[in-house]
Design a protein around this ligand. Structure first.
Ligand code: SF4
Length: 286
């Protein structure tokens, strides 16, 4: 029987990434000189494609040296200091902060300004661009919790408001809520907000069915993608024969021995075209 290969119908860029890429493409096609603060998406192939169109990636250090230039802010969002630099240096911002992230930034900022008595905690990855943008809403005071053992960074005597980075898993967040609750002393309150992106949460649910429907799943994503790692781990839970690949060269022959169906999936930062390329390359290799 010929090998069946199916691309996950729910995979492909999320709307936040599509929006950022479209903004970059429009400006570059109009011949504008455009800088991007950080990689536009955790996807090496897409970064290289846009670099070939003229997009210049700068880090925060190089950004601080720019003047009178146009700069794209990617979907992850930025702290207020980035906007202050733009104003001081007459930078024109093409702001592609995802509306979901923007909304979360506003909620955190509101709690910080209106309720100074509470401590704000963020369940997320240290140093991740989105998390830096969120912590920036609190003048650096929010406590980042990456794993349960980090709860000792909190003051157990203070009322606490907990938010999650948009791309974390619901299960991980539930476990963190329990860990924080156990750590806080009796009489203190814990308020937690479900701020996980619906697009990511939806993918987690749909992935189970997709992963279980195939003998092997090839998961395409960039090594730096935070949601990619989470989605892939989720996929592997339902199908232990799940492998991370960035191109057909990574696919080992033994993975496909005796296999009749292969699923191809990816992160919210994986382009549909990359998954199609992998499928076509696999078909050519058969
Ligand atoms: S994963 Fe969700 S929050 Fe993040 S950029 Fe995509 S749509 Fe926005």
């Amino acid at each position: 029987m010929p090998l069946q290969i199916e691309i996950d119908p729910h995979a492909g860029f999320c709307f936040g990434v599509v929006n950022a890429i479209q903004k970059a493409e429009q400006a570059l096609s109009a011949g504008e000189r455009l800088y991007c603060l950080g990689d536009i998406v955790h996807n090496e192939a897409e970064v290289a494609r846009l670099a070939a169109m003229g997009l210049r990636v700068v880090d925060h250090e190089a950004y601080a040296q720019l003047h009178d230039s146009k700069v794209l802010l990617r979907a992850h969002g930025e702290p207020p200091s980035t906007y202050r630099t733009a104003e001081a240096h007459r930078l024109q911002l093409l702001d592609a902060t995802c509306p979901v992230v923007l909304q979360l930034q506003r909620r955190i900022s509101q709690v910080y300004r209106q309720r100074p008595q509470v401590q704000i905690a963020i369940y997320g990855k240290y140093g991740h661009a989105e998390v830096n943008g969120l912590v920036g809403q609190t003048e650096g005071k929010a406590v980042v919790l990456e794993q349960a053992s980090d709860v000792d960074r909190l003051d157990p005597e203070r009322d606490t408001v907990l938010f999650s980075q948009t791309t974390k898993s619901g299960e991980g967040y539930e476990a963190m809520i329990r860990a924080v609750r156990d750590y806080l002393h009796a009489g203190t309150s814990l308020e937690h907000h479900d701020t996980i992106c619906r697009q990511v949460a939806g993918r987690m649910r749909q992935m189970r069915e997709f992963a279980q429907a195939h003998d092997v799943v090839l998961f395409v994503c960039g090594a730096k993608s935070s949601n990619g790692r989470i989605l892939m781990e989720n996929c592997r839970r339902y199908n232990p024969h799940t492998y991370f690949v960035s191109s057909v060269e990574d696919v080992r022959t033994e993975w496909l021995e005796g296999v009749s169906s292969v699923g191809i999936s990816g992160a919210t930062s994986t382009a549909l075209s990359q998954m199609e390329e992998l499928r076509n390359a696999l078909l050519n290799r058969l």
